[in-house]
Design a protein around this ligand. Structure first.
Ligand SMILES: [Zn+2]
Ligand SMILES: [Zn+2]
Length: 190
């Protein structure tokens, strides 16, 4: 069975080098749907708590929310950084509170201090799905990702590949020592 969660990301981007209006800087509300598959955890009668899927994903993906996403070779990138630098906000501002942990993968690098994500490839909906899977595949047993943004939508399916031991009392993933970080349940280890 699957547990499914959906949330929005608001971001600005452009398709650098694209022959169409998307080559101009513009913004979207993108909607990401994450489907996680496992057996039904009989203790709580659910696959995985959806608010926990969202919490795990949001911790990383909030770096995309109210952010500018540019491809690494886009000449807007040094231009924007130059303006941020001169304005004194390149390395952060007191009201920038959406900072997730900085990340660097083969597909994207997040600079949460200035709400910027630099990507290897153009950030299409397909590109977003590749980046999201890469960031979350070791944390969640994702079997499908769907991302919609404006008129564009893409979806990809994956094989479940993680074995996650879940708490029978609150449903979230147990730590390696068999203890639930949320409710304190301790697995009987024989
Ligand atoms: Zn767009
Ligand atoms: Zn628990």
């Amino acid at each position: 069975m699957r547990s499914i969660t959906t949330f929005d990301l608001q971001y600005a981007h452009r398709f650098y080098g694209f022959r169409g209006e998307a080559q101009y800087l513009h913004g979207h509300t993108g909607t990401l749907t994450i489907e996680v598959e496992d057996s039904v955890n009989s203790g709580v009668n659910m696959v995985f708590p959806c608010n926990e899927i969202k919490k795990t994903a949001w911790e990383v993906l909030k770096n995309f929310d109210h952010a500018l996403v540019l491809r690494k070779d886009d000449p807007l990138l040094p231009a924007v950084l130059d303006v941020y630098e001169k304005q004194g906000i390149r390395n952060g501002a007191p009201n920038n509170e959406l900072r997730g942990p900085a990340f660097r993968t083969e597909l994207a690098t997040a600079y949460p201090e200035c709400r910027l994500v630099v990507t290897e490839e153009t950030l299409t909906v397909e590109g977003m799905i590749k980046i999201v899977y890469d960031l979350l595949k070791d944390k969640l047993n994702i079997v499908r990702l769907t991302f919609t943004s404006g008129d564009n939508a893409a979806s990809e399916k994956y094989e479940p590949h993680l074995h996650i031991e879940r708490c029978p009392l609150c449903g979230i993933a147990l730590q390696e020592n068999g203890v639930c970080p949320k409710c304190g349940y301790k697995k009987d280890i024989k």
